[in-house]
Design a protein around this ligand. Structure first.
Ligand code: AMP
Length: 422
């Protein structure tokens, strides 16, 4: 029969032990580290549904953005309601906060989960991808900006990221953003025919996005264009400088006045982290301030700043390793199902959370089970046959030391041995 494959741009993530690929394990490890760091920063978890009302993204991310215009996975449900697989996490978080009527309080949230965008798949760009995000709600510009950059620096440091660069910029408030856009359009309009079709469209719908165009001719034209840093207030410039001063030299931070970010709702402070090791899709996280989103979605005025991290991209840069917990492979040698032997293994598992105990469930000879234990890179094999069961002992065999002898231990001795492993 014909086999059924996964959809284009959607990956199966299967652990290395079964799949011989490190990609998935790196993502799982990155998730573990990120959760720890978020908790370390006193943040609370939030989980919102993957399916949302399509209007949520039309009203937040914006009709003119590529995400809403071309990339939404939207369809009608059985009740003819137009719904969408979420393309990003922020809009859902703000919807939830408004719905729960907690939009007047300050919150620090983190989330993790899959997102969907109908993009052209390429290296580092998928149609289903995972994001971890952070939203700091209820605080005006100032300390939350420091908290965000501090968090990114910690992620770079804990995960031992290759060659990270944090780019920051300030887009001013709504008025400044508008004024700047008008001047940018005035400058670019007479040169319109030199722009490619995509940038000509942006000139009408979303002129700021032209600044991060990948087209070389556009980039040359932009060299003499008005610069946003000549429009923003002095206090915005001071904020950018103070952030660089506070976190340098440990963190590599630079102002990039062409950084605008793709989503409509950003105003004020924006940022992105990139690494040259990623190739063309070099951004592994991005975010900024979005003070108007809550009121745009029918909530109270809720100043906010947030970011989203692309887990597939970040994880390829991670050099930190899994904590090397000892692995013990538990081998039960018995002709029939032996609940008593299983119970001994079960009790051992409760002794020490730093120890992994893998009970081999398949049938086979001692030789094949020892081979399996070595293949799994186990540190010890614990062997329990009928004779051991009778004498209430377990054989402990080191698999890492060459020519090591095996020892027979009483259950009490084994408990002590496992409890002492760090
Ligand atoms: P955005 O929500 O567009 O601001 O993206 C935030 C981060 O998510 C980016 O810096 C990427 O690391 C990641 N990302 C966005 N789109 C994709 C995609 N199609 N595939 C993989 N990662 C993505």
């Amino acid at each position: 029969m014909e086999k059924i494959n996964s959809l284009t741009g959607m990956l199966d993530l299967i652990s290395n032990k079964a799949d011989k690929s490190e990609f998935a394990d790196k993502i799982f490890l990155t998730e573990k580290y990120l959760k720890k760091i978020f908790q370390n920063y006193g943040m609370s978890e939030i989980r919102t549904p993957a399916l949302e009302d399509t209007n949520l993204f039309k009203r937040s991310v914006g009709d003119a953005s590529d995400i809403v215009n071309k990339e939404l996975y939207s369809f009608n449900d059985k009740n003819d309601k137009n719904i969408v697989l979420r393309p990003e996490g922020t809009a859902g978080v703000i919807r939830a906060v408004i719905q729960k009527k907690i939009d007047l309080e300050a919150h620090k949230f983190w989330y993790m989960g899959p997102m969907w965008r109908y993009e052209r798949p390429q290296k580092g760009r998928y149609r289903q991808f995972y994001q971890a995000g952070v939203e700091i709600l209820g605080n005006h510009e100032g300390l939350p900006e420091f908290e965000m950059i501090s968090l990114i620096c910690s992620i770079n440091q804990y995960l031992l990221i290759d060659k990270p660069l944090i780019k920051i910029n300030h887009l001013g408030d709504n008025k400044i953003k508008e004024l700047y856009c008008e001047d940018l359009v005035k400058y670019l309009s007479p040169l319109k025919l030199n722009l490619d079709e995509k940038d000509q469209n942006r000139l009408k719908k979303n002129p700021l996005r032209i600044l991060d165009s990948k087209n070389e001719t556009t980039q040359n034209i932009l060299k003499d264009a008005p610069k946003i840093n000549n429009y923003i207030s002095n206090s915005s410039k001071v904020l950018l400088d103070e952030i660089i001063k506070t976190f340098s030299p440990e963190c590599n931070i630079q102002i990039d006045s062409s950084l605008v970010r793709g989503l409509d709702y950003y105003t004020g402070f924006v940022f992105e982290a990139i690494s040259d090791d990623l190739g063309a899709q070099n951004a592994y996280l991005g975010g900024g301030r979005y003070d108007n989103l809550s009121s745009q979605l029918g909530g109270k005025n809720l100043p906010a700043i947030g970011m989203a991290i692309g887990l597939e991209r970040l994880s390829t840069l991670v050099n930190a390793e899994e904590a090397s917990n000892k692995l013990l492979s538990f081998i039960i040698l018995s002709e029939k199902i032996n609940p008593k032997a299983y119970k001994i293994a079960h009790d051992l598992r409760l002794l020490n959370e730093n120890v992994k105990i893998d009970i081999q469930l398949s049938e086979g000879s001692l030789k094949s089970k020892l081979r399996r234990a070595s293949k799994d890179n186990a540190d010890y094999a614990l062997i329990l046959g009928d004779q051991e069961l009778e004498s209430e002992t377990v054989i402990v065999k080191s698999l890492k030391e060459s020519n090591s002898e095996q020892k027979s231990m009483s259950i009490d001795e084994l408990n002590g041995f496992i409890s002492a492993i760090s």
